[in-house]
Design a protein around this ligand. Sequence first.
Ligand code: HEM
Length: 189
Amino acid sequence: MGGPRIIGHKAGGRWAEGCPLGADDAEWTNRSCEVGRESLVGMGWPVKSSFVRYVASSGGTCAVEPGADFSSDWGLVFDPEAQDVSRETGEGILAFSGAVTFSAHMGMLRVRLAHPTLTLSGGEGMIVIEHGSAQTRPLANFRYAYSCTDVDARWELVDVRLAPDAVSLFGDVYEAGEPLDSIMVRLLN
Ligand code: HEM
């Protein structure tokens, strides 16, 4: 599958084709969870709009690795990888593949979000990401609403907030509890 696909280079003030940052003056909007929900399969997450705008305005890049891709509705979509969840309650663990790396300031800023895994229980949960080759680190906490039909299962993650262990990932700029963008997860039944 090859290495990372870098399609976020800024060219002539706009981001190159393929990266939704280019669509609207480097604006990667956190669209409503209503948008695109029928077509989404996986974990749709714009990450944090102000951070993405900042990277774009710093002339930075955003690179995706296989399993993650840019989406005009979601900013980023991570493909489903493994799951151990109750379809009745929505509780359990959902793992996703792929990775995204934001880079700027000649490599001084490098934020890699790889293989997000959600633990879901009682309407609350946590995202962990891969850290190094064999470790994980907490990224954020959230609340969620779950719904399931014959067609699909959906988790709508809101109040997504930076975990204390992830503060250093963003250069200690954000405090623990900093709001991140909402997340939509949809799996087909
Ligand atoms: C040469 C190095 C750097 C310079 C000159 C720089 C400059 C800046 C400036 C001017 C802002 C304010 C942007 C605004 O409010 O519009 C900012 C915000 C920020 N910087 Fe840097 N920065 C540097 C390195 C880093 C590094 C290494 C990180 C680590 C990941 C980082 C993470 C952030 C974050 C998370 C924000 C807040 C973005 C937001 O949500 O508004 N920066 N930086």
